[in-house]
Design a binder for this molecule. Structure first.
Ligand code: MG
Length: 169
């Protein structure tokens, strides 16, 4: 009897949910695209905001990216509710500079498009461009320990995706 290939059932996309979660924490696709534009326009003067938005959307289509976003925002959210067990509650709520797992999680987003993304991530982590500066100052009124790195990771990945396309064309 012929062997039957296992059926892989397509799972529903988490993207609409992820976009809603980001928006609820004050992060819009347009904000991300703006950071991507500023990163890439020096190398690509004909770049448009539309291409940047498309690139952010493509990054948000990746399941590993969606999982990283859901995980990070959940931890920020639980920290806001004081619902994490100690010592993690104190560490995440105070954005302890020695913690570092927020950056590690965000690198799983950046790594999707290889090492170009890594350089941009490092740069964004220092310069706190646009929305990143506002998150860093806590302007959305939430704990952003994971969210700021997620935003940098998304912008770096979308930016690397554009850089790869320019190199290939
Ligand atoms: Mg952080």
């Amino acid at each position: 009897m012929a062997e039957v290939a296992p059926q892989i059932r397509p799972r529903r996309s988490l993207k609409p949910e992820v976009v809603r979660w980001l928006a609820a924490r004050g992060v819009e696709v347009a904000d991300l695209a703006e950071i991507v534009y500023k990163l890439q326009v020096p190398y690509n003067p004909r770049l448009t905001m539309r291409e940047c938005i498309e690139s952010v959307e493509a990054v948000l289509d990746k399941r590993e990216v969606q999982h990283a976003i859901l995980t990070g925002i959940t931890l920020d959210l639980l920290a806001d509710e004081g619902a994490l067990p100690e010592p993690l509650q104190q560490i995440i709520a105070s954005d302890d500079p020695l913690y570092g797992i927020d950056e590690v999680l965000a690198l799983s987003i950046t790594n999707v498009y290889g090492s170009i993304g890594l350089t941009s991530f490092g740069y964004l982590d220092k310069c706190k461009e646009g929305l990143l500066g506002r998150l860093n100052n806590g302007e959305n009124g939430f704990t952003n320990t994971f969210l700021d790195d997620i935003v940098a990771g998304l912008a770096a990945a979308a930016s690397a995706r554009i850089a790869h396309k320019v190199q290939e064309s």
